[in-house]
Design a protein around this ligand. Structure first.
Ligand SMILES: Cc1cc2nc3c(=O)[nH]c(=O)nc-3n(C[C@H](O)[C@H](O)[C@H](O)COP(=O)(O)OP(=O)(O)OC[C@H]3O[C@@H](n4cnc5c(N)ncnc54)[C@H](O)[C@@H]3O)c2cc1C
Length: 388
């Protein structure tokens, strides 16, 4: 039987496997990471490539290495001169990714992976059975690090997809931004950093015309949550709140959804002033297919788009919803009104079931989904292991 089974091998699951294996001394044979993707961090590599982002939004100390200075040390030998940007030393994506690959290879984290998608979790006597599309795994404890729910596709966009119009979500597993044609009008839907980055990437690839449809004017914030949420400044009050519905409200207020840091904003603004990209404020009122193109009504304007790219983020539902519902119903585990698990301060939903990333949000706070959230979850698990 395994000591630990981590379900999900993205940034969070991979970092936690690294920490449990190499900092907490869990033996090789006693830990596994279950994930359907071909390799560790596959979703991260795909999504960041598709957006065209050049720098991370988070600082140099947030990465999958064990010591906070690991990426900084790595940067000293990095071939490119400008490997981070101010403020807060935000690392270049190419270097961050090379560091991830270096950590994974050096610590043989791929050896811990099992390919498969978890479908059901069963709590038995002193162990947990995880049923996947490739068989069963048995462990004393499981950590669910499933990332976010499915990419959010507005109803009008789903309707166009059914009519055969080229409508893609930026974070769909089969999306490839480098494969897109560049002729005609590319419409990007979304208000935040990914919409802006993708619009800039489309221009770099030679897109003829680019329009971003956004509910609001560009909002500039360096981070997607105030750095006070990384420590006791705001987290003490969050931890004292016993009402999980109010915790969700605090998270929603703190997360600056649909915002972008100033460097991305300035690049976008430069292109906007040059007439290369139009930022159109409004919502899609009506959409229909016309000769294979998308006819979109936004305010009092009509657009005829050759392709529509959705940068509309992810659904607000808990990832792995069916598994979560089954666990809640079978074992009477509590969920908040938003449907997310009510975990304790050690990220436990049950003595043998731990949550990380988005699923641990009601304990980890607004930075739960970020790389900082993975490191915070790691601190919690290693503290718990030291105590036991
Ligand atoms: C474009 C982009 C840029 C970002 N930039 C930053 C940044 O600069 N700084 C920052 O801190 N954060 C950033 N984030 C936020 C966050 O750090 C990333 O989304 C990160 O990839 C989240 O890691 P994760 O492991 O939680 O999720 P994911 O990377 O989505 O990994 C989840 C894994 O779980 C697997 N999985 C799902 N369901 C199952 C199942 N049933 N069974 C088995 N496996 C399953 C999936 O296959 C996947 O591999 C960014 C996010 C995006 C999308």
């Amino acid at each position: 039987m395994l000591n630990w089974l981590i379900v999900g091998g993205g940034i969070h699951g991979t970092y936690l496997s690294h920490l449990l294996r190499h900092a907490c001394g869990v033996p090789d044979a006693k830990i596994r990471v279950l994930d359907p993707e071909d390799g560790a961090l596959a979703g991260w590599f795909r999504n960041t490539k598709n957006t065209g982002m050049a720098y991370l939004r988070s600082p140099m100390v947030h990465h999958i290495g064990l010591t906070p200075s690991s990426l900084k040390q790595f940067s000293k030998k990095w071939r490119e001169r400008k490997c981070s940007i101010a403020p807060y030393e935000r690392p270049k994506l190419s270097m961050f990714n090379a560091h991830c690959r270096h950590v994974i290879e050096r610590h043989r984290l791929e050896d811990l992976r099992e390919q498969g998608r978890a479908e059901r979790i069963l709590l038995k006597g002193n162990h947990v059975v995880v049923e996947s599309d490739r068989g069963q795994l048995v462990a004393r404890r499981v950590v669910l690090a499933l990332g976010s729910a499915a990419p959010r596709v507005p109803a009008w966009a789903a309707g166009l997809q059914q009519q055969g119009v080229m409508v893609n979500h930026l974070f769909a597993p089969d999306f490839c931004s480098d494969c897109l044609p560049v002729h005609g009008l590319t419409v990007v839907v979304g208000a935040g950093i990914s919409a802006a980055q993708f619009a800039l990437k489309a221009l770099e690839r030679g897109a003829e015309r680019v329009v971003v449809i956004s509910k609001k004017a560009p909002q500039v914030h360096q981070f997607d949550a105030d750095p006070g949420w990384l420590g006791p400044k705001y987290m003490n009050r969050f931890n004292r709140e016993r009402d999980f519905g109010l915790r969700r409200e605090m998270i929603s207020r703190a997360r600056r959804r649909g915002s972008m840091p100033s460097d991305v904003y300035h690049r976008l603004e430069h292109q906007r002033r040059a007439g290369e990209v139009l930022w159109l404020e409004g919502v899609v009122r009506q959409a229909r297919q016309q000769d294979g193109q998308a006819l979109l009504e936004v305010g009092n304007q009509s657009l005829v788009a050759d392709r529509v790219i959705l940068a509309t983020g992810f659904d607000n539902t808990p990832p792995g919803q069916a598994m979560i519902e089954h666990l809640a119903q079978e074992h009477g585990l509590r969920r908040s009104p938003c449907g997310f698990p009510q975990t304790d301060r050690f990220l436990r939903w049950h003595p043998r079931v731990f949550m990380a990333g988005a699923l641990g949000e009601l304990s980890l706070g607004p930075v739960a989904r970020n790389i900082a959230g993975a490191r915070r979850a790691g601190n919690v698990l290693s503290y718990l292991l030291r105590r036991s």
